[in-house]
Design a protein around this ligand. Sequence first.
Ligand SMILES: [Zn+2]
Length: 87
Amino acid sequence: MDIIKELEKLRREHYWNASDCWYSCPKSADGSCNDSEMDECTCGADRHNRQLDRIINYMRTNVPRTESQDPDPNIEPPAFDLVSTVF
Ligand SMILES: [Zn+2]
């Protein structure tokens, strides 16, 4: 599993309300009809995506890739020997 690719799937789009654009996020593709809204995200997508970026950056810099993240499907995993592990 490519964890970065899986995390990227969690990225959010800005909210867009098809029936009443008053409630759309100003940063959505068609923007908001509420002129009092500035060009700031009101739907939480920016905050969510910033947090996601922090997690992805942390994973890229601090978590080394291991074989367990990307197992070779042709290799049988070793049998777990509980007795010799415990004692
Ligand atoms: Zn938004």
